[in-house]
Design a protein around this ligand. Sequence first.
Ligand SMILES: Cc1cc2nc3c(=O)[nH]c(=O)nc-3n(C[C@H](O)[C@H](O)[C@H](O)COP(=O)(O)OP(=O)(O)OC[C@H]3O[C@@H](n4cnc5c(N)ncnc54)[C@H](O)[C@@H]3O)c2cc1C
Length: 541
Amino acid sequence: MSEPTRRFRIHNLELGLAESELLLRSRAAEAAGVPDEALGDLKIVSKSIDARKHRGVRRLRFVVHVETGISTAVGSEEFKRALRSGRVREARPPQPLRLEGCGGYRGRAVVVGTGPAGLYAAWTLALNGAQVDVIDRGAALKDRGRDLVRFRRTRVPDPESNLLYGEGGAGTYSDGKLYTRVDDPLEISCLQELVDCGAPEEILFDSRAHIGTDKLHRILPEMRRRMEAEGVRFHWGVRLEKLALGPGGRRVRGAITSAGELPCDALFLAPGHSARDTIRALHDQGVAVEAKPFQLGVRVEHPQELITAGRYGRGPEAEMLGPAYYNLVSKPGSDGPACHSFCMCPGGKIVASVNIPGALCTNGMSNSRHSSPWANAALVTTFGPAEFGDGPFDGVAFQEELERRFFEAGGADYTAPGQRADDFLAGRETKNPRHSSFSFGTCPGRIDRLLPQSATAAIARGLRRFDRVIPGFAGPEGLLVGLESRSSGPIRLPRDRDSGIAAGFENLYPMGEGAGFAGGIMSAAIDGARAAQRLLQLRDS
Ligand SMILES: Cc1cc2nc3c(=O)[nH]c(=O)nc-3n(C[C@H](O)[C@H](O)[C@H](O)COP(=O)(O)OP(=O)(O)OC[C@H]3O[C@@H](n4cnc5c(N)ncnc54)[C@H](O)[C@@H]3O)c2cc1C
């Protein structure tokens, strides 16, 4: 066999649930219009489950994309046809975090936040020679866990160490879903770092890759250990309060923190979407902030069995697949705006995603085995400046007011208002909301009235539609728990498209979800790594 010269992706190969992956080779060759021998080693780059019904009949199967080298037949007519059809595409080489052929960076960087954006920015900077200090207002993992247990017991949140603040950021107590809609050559390098720190290899290709909170808690300390070995210094319980600015106010000289000043040559800002106080303080110093649309709605919870039966049926094949997930969308119609499910956690539980006293917000998490009997997801619709105003903090004020309203409706102790899906649709209270996985419990609440009217209309429309896809979705087994207000953030910190530098500054890099450039663990990680690389490339040009 001649040596492969170029690498290609071959898309949408079908594989029966019980079929061997060895069959993929001949299917890939056929799809590419080349003989088997023309293919190099095959690597699976994506594997997903297709559970759609065809003419009313469900045929469960895997859909697989593979990557391989193809040499001899590149000129053949069949191969050209496969390329034209999009079935076969040239593979883009992954981009490593350590930049080749770049002079490196000997400067001093301060990174704010240890969520995925901050961690990957810090790691990329350190791998390329920078001196890096990372600060986080929250606690290191062990202490953070203790603070969360205390919150559950006392119902008094610690405003500095909670589900949103502390080592690993907002995703530390999550499902650890790692798929993203961004198609970026840094993605595989970011995932590979997780594998090197102990994540399962499947995350490199599983289209529904997730790690789970239990495993994340083993991976994060290993990540920290490796970064410290590269010279990164972590400072826990240290909050950025202001920027130390040079003459003219365009150059950041240092970070003024709750523990004193840390001088720097560049400041990487990844405080997540809940650090409203920080963003306000920076805005007062001239950092531009603008309003952007964000998502708002509720969590919906069902018995996992109902979801799995609705998606995969009840046969033996369904059992091979384990707990099912869903990703549902309803388009806008005359009776309501668009609604979609988001952050679905199979076999998971609902958590209180709270960092300030007196405000209620929910989210979802699960462990690696998806082992709880409950499935939950956010059902959200989009709100924009047209609904809440275009002042930079109008969206934040709108969020705050709703979070307070739900907190009070739940009895002001983090119990969440709950309403059955059928009662929500009928506009009546649920007398005794059934058991929910939410650890602070639920109480009867008119979620249909607590939400803004257009969100109620969107969710009602979504529930009716999703019930057709998963029977029982909108029935008495579906429990709505609210409020879900931080699936995304309502502000953006504008930055230069090429350099990634904040408008009006010379060395301030806003990144991740809080800056409005990411929505999830992987997109935040990639944004952080990319921000660091932009600085390195700028220094080199
Ligand atoms: C419960 C839950 C479950 C989730 N599940 C998933 C999932 O399964 N998959 C997925 O893709 N996404 C999930 N998300 C969303 C995901 O976690 C976020 O999109 C992602 O963490 C954003 O990363 P980030 O680095 O931008 O910010 P964050 O992760 O929010 O990190 C920000 C960090 O900055 C620190 N900070 C804030 N202000 C300051 C300051 N002034 N000084 C110093 N430090 C500061 C905070 O303490 C925090 O640690 C989930 C979120 C939650 C809350």
